[in-house]
Design a protein around this ligand. Structure first.
Ligand SMILES: C[S@@+](CC[C@H](N)C(=O)[O-])C[C@H]1O[C@@H](n2cnc3c(N)ncnc32)[C@H](O)[C@@H]1O
Length: 196
């Protein structure tokens, strides 16, 4: 049933231009999550609930994914999809702004999946580190932003803020001795950050 709904959600997302996790990235992250079996996972950017439903198959039996979405219609659709599978106990959907939620949290988490607005990853970073347990990981998706982040020179105006902020985010992480990190150049680029 989960696989069928995930397939329908992927078709819906393609048809309605809802950006969801890419297939190879999904496969890699699911196997990473399966190895860790997190008890508490945080996701910023739920959209229609696709990735949280997919990840929920691999967390601990008594684990929970807290996910946040600020768009009312998408949050409503995510809520419906989660309820269809009876996953309300495993996926806690919060309709709010990601930074507001982050700043209000104080319980430790094992994994954080950054997938909300890319230009704010740099603003989320310190609070993510504060919430992350030692040895826990932050997974940041789309950090290469269609190749523009690694392309020489300044990005064209409409992408400039996002590209500059992602460059700053990657540089900050790479120079931070509180973490070790690895940039996976699959699909749109995934940064894996482990708190030491
Ligand atoms: C790439 S989509 C998330 C896809 C989802 N993780 C998946 O793979 O199925 C990003 C989502 O983040 C939401 N978003 C962007 N900025 C946000 C913010 N500041 N707070 C909460 N949600 C935000 C957008 O509305 C959008 O639905």
């Amino acid at each position: 049933m989960t696989d069928n709904l995930l397939k329908e959600m992927r078709e819906y997302a393609a048809k309605e231009y809802v950006p969801i996790i890419r297939p190879e990235t999904e496969r890699i992250l699911c196997s990473m999550i399966e190895k860790i079996r997190p008890k508490r996972m945080l996701e910023l950017g739920a959209a229609i609930g696709y990735s949280s439903i997919s990840f929920s198959r691999y967390i601990a039996d008594d684990g929970v994914i807290i996910t946040v979405e600020r768009d009312e219609d998408r949050a409503e659709m995510a809520r419906r999809n989660i309820a269809t599978l009876g996953l309300e106990g495993k996926i806690r959907l919060i309709e709010d702004d990601a930074l507001t939620l982050l700043r209000s949290m104080d319980r430790e988490v094992d994994i954080i999946f950054l997938d909300a607005d890319k230009s704010h990853y740099i603003d989320y970073y310190e609070d993510c580190l504060r919430l992350l347990k030692k040895g826990g990981i932050i997974i940041a998706d789309n950090v290469l932003f269609a190749g523009l982040v690694e392309k020489d020179g300044e990005a064209e105006r409409k992408h400039r803020t996002i590209v500059n902020n992602l460059r700053l985010f990657l540089k900050t992480v790479e120079e931070d001795d509180r973490v070790e990190s690895e940039l996976l150049k699959v699909e749109d680029g995934v940064m894996i950050i482990r708190k030491l």
